[in-house]
Design a binder for this molecule. Sequence first.
Ligand code: ZN
Length: 459
Amino acid sequence: MAAARRTVIENGAIATVDADDTEYASGHVVMAGDRIEAVGAGKAPEGLENVVRRIDASGHLVTPGLVNTHHHFYQWLTRGLATDHNLFDWLVALYPTWARIDETMVHAAAQGSLAMMARGGVTCAMDHHYIYPKGSGDLSGAIVRAARETGVRLTLARGSMDRGEKDGGLPPDFAVETLEGALAATEATVDEHHDASFGAMTQVAVAPCSPFSVSTELLAQGAELARRRGVRLHTHGSETVEEEKFCHELFGMGPTDYFASTGWLGEDVWMAHCVHMNDSDIAAFARTGTGVAHCPSSNARLAAGIARVPDMLAAGVPVGLGVDGTASNESGELHTELRNALLINRLGPHRESALNARQALRLGTYGGAQVLGRAHELGSLEPGKLADLVLWRLDTLAHASIADPVTALVLGAAAPVTASFVHGRQIVENGRLLHVDEDAVARSTREQARRLARIAAGG
Ligand SMILES: [Zn+2]
């Protein structure tokens, strides 16, 4: 076997986000093929063979790549609409437009979403896609293709909805699938796209949308399907007071008890939002190892509330960060969520001790890898893990006067990405994507957004 080609990064500050939060004021990272081979203080060891590239990271902070744990790529085409609504009103306003998406639109939207995240240091993304209009083409295939094109690692959460208005649900009846249809299509997506091996570029999760848009049967049978196939489970949970009221009215219990009754607590489950959780809900998540995708900007945009992240972390709940769909977080970036997670949680009862900068960075890296079930592969800079990492430039006007690099990254303005690597392959150079034409992506997202608006208006 040919020796792995090595890339040596030297002279940068390094935040490994390992179990001890090891940092180096000036250190090195050696990548060999798709893996991290060495991390440490000072220069890289001398005498390394097969070094194809040396990167001088002076003025930079090197971190693990950011991991996004909740998103809806298709929403890239419906940003900036229904801007003054709460979740339920916002959904009702947008469902009729969303129900007109097709494969071309979803591909453009996925490229836009992935490109925006990758430019901001995301190396592992997820897409929770739950709208599959009849005759709309191969939407899952379009999403996977877009991830391959940009070079970002992907978890595709194959969503579904089968509780339309006639069954007491929120989505219009024309936007939902049947129970049998949703389960069969989800399993087909696992067959076609899920890779269970170490270092997989594409994984699939089973992801019925939410308690107010899916039947109890779809939740229960979806959980059985996921466990039979050995894939993870994802959904939205405890997002708003309206959802809590809905669960009490329809099921006679709160969302967490309802999830427990349908098999939806466990270390193979992660849930978006989890804003309205009482102490016993948090204890149930901790006891079962159920993970949380914390989406602070989206929760603020939709006036959902403040998730109790400090209490979750204290209880031992795995927590990652999420952009959420860009119809409720128009920026579409994850690095700003590091900052927002810290700031918004300090508005809660724990005040200044809620989260610090290093905890925020951990949520966006190792925490994300944990909730995606990939902490043994991703989320920290340690020998043997996958070479997914980012060089953040901190020596320009925006950050140069901040002494501590992690503080600069989390509390400062969004830092420029000089280089980003996924699986040892560079995907971003000086803030520009290397494998797709960013300007062409911008044009096609604009065209497809206009096309969708026209079709939705009946034109
Ligand atoms: Zn969401």
